[in-house]
Design a protein around this ligand. Structure first.
Ligand code: C2E
Ligand code: MG
Ligand code: MG
Length: 639
């Protein structure tokens, strides 16, 4: 626009018209032309007046154009640069009278800051000083204003003159500066996260490709760390979003403060952060950075006077080893982060191609699991729990089965964790509960002896679904007493001090379930890391000794000691013990000697479909001699 105007001001009218610009530009061009003509006219007029010649209407119009131009106009001697004439606008704008300004060096009408006068003088001495330039004018009283100046050489008689036209752009510049500031503010807003003040996803998208290019040029490595807070959703759900926000802010500051200034720390959204380490020399440097973050997070954050502990799972991808562009590096750091979650959270993992394969498989499981429930691919089998003394079946454990149409039987160990992660365990868990209730009702109908059914419950179900309400509804619907329901919860799932959706602790949730009459078993006992003190506080009905301790019970003295200790402790606490995974007679005999009351395993029966379980529900002791444990075990692997 500025250059366009400059061109227009100095071009003849036909060029202005063919310029294709708007009407304003045209008028501005014509105006400038008139000023040029009027300026020349001013000089000519004075010369004429001096020679006593009178002038007519056209000349008067030219005179008026010069005098009344809104732009200040100066006529200057091209050799001495002294002012010869100045129009009314100049006198008004700079506060000089014509008499005062006349004879002054034109440079005095401009500020000398930044060598502007010298610059101006040089420009005006240019034999062809037609260009438009911006300069700062100085009034008599010293006020400054920005003007756009055009200078043109004129020849009047034998005198070389300069015609200077100044257009005030102070307001325009001020507006432009404000707009720029606003734009920069908007840019900052668009590229930064409001909550933490850290750069955001857009910023990363704008800067990471450049950082990769730099690394490529210098031959350095670059690391992308994908950081996800562990169980942040839980804190958000149980303590409220405000607390969650405060925690995020504190965590953001901690991460930022552990990094070098040249490293980029970005909040991607939610509880996800990206750290880009530039100029990485070796993987040790990455390990150190990730360790620094993990350590910085380990101290509790005090939010509203209460300590909150949060940890992070970090996945790392390296340029150029793990990817050549932003998309690939981000994807692979994300994959590595999931691996860190899988490895128990609160750790970091460097990407490896095997991870990508595993993740793909996991995603495939998740996708097909979504349809499995609707298309009837899921089923529930039951395995008897036997009283060791009487050989009678005292309960059945329900075990989920998935018959995939093309992959065949998929064991729960491969898909339960995926279902938990994807939140699918809630509807799947409800399906198992409903089936268990249905089957209990059916067994009653066909005259079977009623025994409790144990249902495995994952921590996610305990926290996210309203389990007592679901159980109440289902027991009423099928006319089944809640006493016929046993819930199996793993130690780690229950005893990590967590609060569920409703802000209720796991302990309270389990308490409410017990009030319904439901019995509680601690599954896989001995494999968790929880303190045993909970056994004192909680009213637990059963402990299920994990299969890993039972397997080598006969040969391994340590296992024998552990199992013996568990049984003795449980007896004192009035809790019944169920030994899992009994496959042989010798194991059973050892357990009997140790005083274990209940047992479950292939030795008695593998998990079976509902109709086949009916034979266990006669009330008669199992005829164990009928079973060939080895054969059963082999069959069970394909169940
Ligand atoms: P769990 O609850 O500890 O179940 C016992 C597992 O041991 C079952 O494996 C069972 O088939 C197996 N088992 C029983 N006796 C023997 C034996 O003598 N030898 C051997 N080698 N194994 C034996 P399964 O059915 O593959 O289930 C694995 C795990 O999946 C379960 O461990 C449980 O944690 C989970 N699971 C199964 N069904 C459900 C469910 O409905 N909901 C949830 N949340 N988890 C489930
Ligand atoms: Mg179980
Ligand atoms: Mg178990």
């Amino acid at each position: 626009m500025r250059n366009g105007t400059a061109g227009l001001k100095l071009l003849p009218p036909h060029s202005v018209i063919t310029d294709g610009g708007g009407v304003n530009q045209l008028l501005e061009g014509l105006g400038a032309l008139t000023v040029v003509m009027a300026g020349a006219f001013g000089i000519w007029r004075r010369l004429r007046m001096r020679s006593g010649t009178r002038f007519g209407v056209a000349e008067a119009a030219h005179h008026a154009a010069f005098e009344q131009s809104p732009n200040s106009v100066l006529v200057v001697d091209a050799d001495s640069l002294k002012v010869i004439d100045a129009n009314a606008a100049l006198q008004r704008d700079l506060g000089y009278t014509l008499a005062e300004v006349r004879g002054l060096s034109v440079t005095q009408l401009f500020t000398d800051e930044g060598g502007e006068r010298e610059l101006l003088a040089r420009k005006l001495r240019d034999p062809n000083p037609r260009s438009l330039f911006e300069i700062c004018q100085r009034s008599k009283s010293g006020t400054l204003r920005s003007v756009e100046m055009s200078a043109q050489r004129l020849e009047v008689g034998r005198r070389q003159l300069l015609l200077l036209t100044a257009h005030d752009v102070t307001v325009r510049r001020k507006v432009e500066a404000q707009l720029l500031e606003k734009q920069q503010h908007l840019d900052h807003l668009a590229h930064h996260d409001q909550l933490t003040g850290l750069p955001n996803r857009l910023y990363l998208a704008a800067h990471l490709p450049g950082a990769i290019e730099d690394a490529k040029r210098t031959g350095a490595m670059l690391a992308v760390l994908f950081l996800d807070l562990d169980r942040f959703k839980h804190i958000n759900d149980s303590r409220g979003h405000e607390t969650g926000d405060k925690l995020l802010k504190a965590v953001a500051q901690r991460i930022r403060s552990t990094m070098r200034t040249e490293d980029v720390v970005v909040r991607m959204g939610g509880d996800e952060f990206i750290v880009v380490l530039k100029t990485v020399k070796n993987t040790d440097q990455v390990n150190e950075a990730a360790t620094r973050i993990t350590e910085a997070m380990s101290a509790a954050v005090i939010v509203d006077g209460r300590p909150l502990v949060t940890t992070a799972s970090i996945g790392v991808s390296l340029y150029p080893r793990d990817g050549s562009d932003m998309g690939e590096l981000l994807r692979h750091s994300d994959t590595a982060m999931y691996q860190a979650k899988d490895r128990g959270r609160n750790n970091f993992q460097l990407f490896s191609p095997i991870m990508a394969r595993r993740l793909k498989e996991r995603m495939a499981i998740e996708t097909s699991l979504r349809t499995a429930l609707q298309t009837g691919q899921l089923d529930v089998h039951y395995q008897p729990i036997v009283d060791i003394q009487t050989s009678r079946v005292v309960a059945l454990e329900s075990l989920l089965r998935w018959k995939h149409p093309s992959h065949g039987f998929v064991p729960p160990d491969r898909f339960v964790a995926v279902a938990e992660e994807a939140g699918l365990i809630v509807p799947i868990g409800e399906f198992v509960l409903a089936r268990a209730m249905e089957d209990i009702a059916r067994w009653r109908q066909v005259g079977c002896v009623q025994v409790p059914v144990a249902v495995n419950i994952s921590a996610v179900q305990l926290q996210r679904s309203n389990l007592p309400a679901t159980i109440m509804k289902l027991t009423q619907q099928h006319g089944v007493s809640p006493k016929l329901l046993q819930l199996e919860l793993t130690e780690s799932a229950v005893f990590e001090r967590r609060e569920g959706r409703t802000g209720e602790s796991n302990e309270d949730a389990v308490g409410r379930l017990r009030e319904l009459g439901v019995r509680i078993a601690i599954d896989d006992f001995g494999t968790g890391y929880s303190s045993l003190s909970y056994l004192k506080r909680w009213r637990v009905d059963y402990l299920k000794i994990d299969r890993s301790f039972v397997r080598d019970l006969v040969t391994d003295m340590s296992d024998l000691a552990i199992v013996g200790a568990i049984i003795a402790m449980a007896r004192h606490l009035n809790i019944q013990v169920i030994a899992e995974g009994i496959e042989g007679w010798q194991q059973l005999e050892k357990l009997r000697q140790l005083g274990c009351s209940l047992a479950q395993g292939y030795l008695f029966a593998k998990p079976l479909p509902e109709e086949q379980c009916r034979r266990f529900l006669t009330g008669a002791p199992l005829d164990l001699t009928e079973h060939d444990p080895l054969l059963e075990a082999l069959e069970a692997t394909g169940s």
